[in-house]
Design a protein around this ligand. Structure first.
Ligand SMILES: [Zn+2]
Length: 65
């Protein structure tokens, strides 16, 4: 086991709201700070951001129909 960088807990559960820009500013800053020092959450963030983009595309397509 490696020590976690940064002071806070992992922010994985917040990433969905973070990607959608739905977090309060203070929490959003915490997440951004954590991402800078945590490779694991950064990888999760990339995956969540990609999924959110795909969902947005799907929704856009649904609206067109
Ligand atoms: Zn983390």
């Amino acid at each position: 086991m490696t020590a976690d960088p940064g002071e806070g807990p992992h922010v994985r559960k917040l990433l969905g709201a973070y990607v959608l820009d739905a977090l309060p500013a203070a929490e959003s800053r915490e997440v951004a700070r954590h991402l800078r020092c945590c490779d694991r959450c950064t990888a999760d963030y990339a995956a969540v951001a990609e999924a959110a983009e795909l969902l947005a595309l799907l929704r856009a397509e649904d609206l067109l129909e």
